[in-house]
Design a binder for this molecule. Structure first.
Ligand SMILES: Cc1cc2nc3c(=O)[nH]c(=O)nc-3n(C[C@H](O)[C@H](O)[C@H](O)COP(=O)(O)OP(=O)(O)OC[C@H]3O[C@@H](n4cnc5c(N)ncnc54)[C@H](O)[C@@H]3O)c2cc1C
Length: 362
């Protein structure tokens, strides 16, 4: 009798948007028998993929030529193709970035310069647009970015999952990868349900767990720095033709409490920024009190009673040798490929990152 461990050439750890789009890209190149994606939760996308604003960002905020800038710019365009290929709803609503106090006007000027450097088209506002905005927000200055949109992320996950199912790509849900080790030129993996297996290429796209996974392979220079983002929902109708964002914090910890709206028609404000030492998604009742001042700094006509706690996500920020690393971290060590620090604009960037990961293994 001999213990035969089964071998899969390409294994993906994590069924968020990045893992799913990577599986889609791999399935164009290789037989589905050579692939497997493991997701520890019962449903795909249950991590940050379903806990964000669903915004397809333009690429304005990030340092020129950073990974965030390049993949966001490319991913924004690629989402439009993906949406038409798989019939996913994208609302091409655009967004206003506004200064609500005189002190912030300098920042909107800087952002216009950043938009030019980053190749992000924007429009100056016409008088009637400004007058309309002044009815709903405190307005001192602002501009409009037409390339920003909103993707229906739950529909996107379902349609990508169906696409992979139809192509016979094995997606194993409810099955956590609990250990991975590299020896004899192979990865030895253990999962909760499927047990032991080996693979040639191991992709770590595990979101907030990515650092733990890389530690299993002996990589220790990155540490987690989790920043939670809570949302509150508005229990009445409000302006929803385009998104409205304040100028972002200078340290880019978050983009500022902004409006968001999905196909459910509900208006939300968020996400705020709250340092946390572990990943948890519970939203405290006190969140309305905490976020209300940030909401009314920009938005008019909102009473505290109009708001209620909603959902949250946790930004998987990273520290490199103790210092905050503000860009995505996408690396290949031999046949181990990892994506860490995939916070915003990770949803937008995902199609472009997935393509790039395929380039890395060529
Ligand atoms: C508050 C907030 C707002 C945001 N807003 C936006 C936005 O508007 N636009 C935008 O572009 N981006 C936004 N983002 C960023 C975006 O949500 C993420 O970048 C994106 O979802 C990352 O996808 P992912 O697949 O890398 O990670 P995830 O979606 O977190 O997926 C990782 C998956 O790996 C699984 N996993 C972990 N460990 C294991 C294991 N051991 N075995 C098996 N499975 C495992 C997890 O269960 C999870 O499903 C926001 C993020 C936050 C937190």
């Amino acid at each position: 009798m001999h213990n035969e461990v089964f071998h899969i050439p390409y294994v993906i750890c994590g069924g968020g948007i990045l893992g799913l789009l990577l599986a889609k890209e791999l399935s164009h190149k290789f037989s589905p028998d050579d692939l497997a994606l493991f997701e520890k939760n019962e449903f795909l996308g249950e991590g940050n993929t379903s806990r964000n604003s669903g915004v397809l960002h333009s690429g304005i905020y990030y340092p020129t030529d950073s990974l965030k800038h390049k993949h966001c710019l490319a991913g924004n365009k690629m989402w439009r193709n993906l949406a038409s290929e798989l019939d996913i709803t994208v609302n091409p609503c655009g967004k206003f970035i506004v200064a609500s106090t005189c002190d912030e006007v300098e920042r909107t000027k800087e952002l216009r310069e950043q938009a030019k450097k980053n190749d992000v088209p924007f429009n100056e506002l016409k008088e009637e647009q400004i007058n309309k905005l002044k009815e709903v927000i405190n307005y001192e200055d602002g501009f409009f970015i037409p390339s920003t949109g909103i993707v229906d992320i739950s529909e996107a996950i379902k349609k990508i999952e169906n696409h992979l199912f139809n192509k016979n790509v094995p997606i194993i849900k409810n099955d956590e990868i609990i250990s991975v080790e590299f020896k004899e030129n192979k990865f030895f993996i253990n999962t909760k349900l499927s047990g032991a297996m080996t693979c040639d290429y191991f992709f770590n796209v595990a979101g907030t767990d990515a650092i733990n996974i890389r530690k299993m392979l002996g990589h220790s220079e990155l540490e987690n720095y989790f920043v939670k983002g809570n949302y509150v929902k508005l229990n009445k109708k409000y302006y929803n033709e385009s998104l409205i964002y304040p100028v972002p914090q200078k340290n880019l910890k978050g983009l500022g409490v902004h409006t968001s709206f999905a196909t459910d028609g509900i208006i939300r404000f968020g996400p705020n920024t709250q340092d946390v030492d572990h990943v948890h998604f519970k939203v405290q009742d006190s969140i309305v009190d905490e976020m209300y001042p940030e909401v009314i700094k920009v938005f008019k006509g909102i009473n505290k009673e109009d708001l209620s706690p909603d959902y949250s996500g946790v930004r998987p920020k990273i520290k490199l040798n103790g210092e905050l690393h503000t860009d995505f971290w996408i690396k290949k060590h031999d046949n181990y490929i990892e994506c860490c620090g995939i916070e915003s604009p990770g949803l937008t960037a995902a199609p472009s990152i997935a393509k790039y990961l395929i380039e890395l293994i060529k």
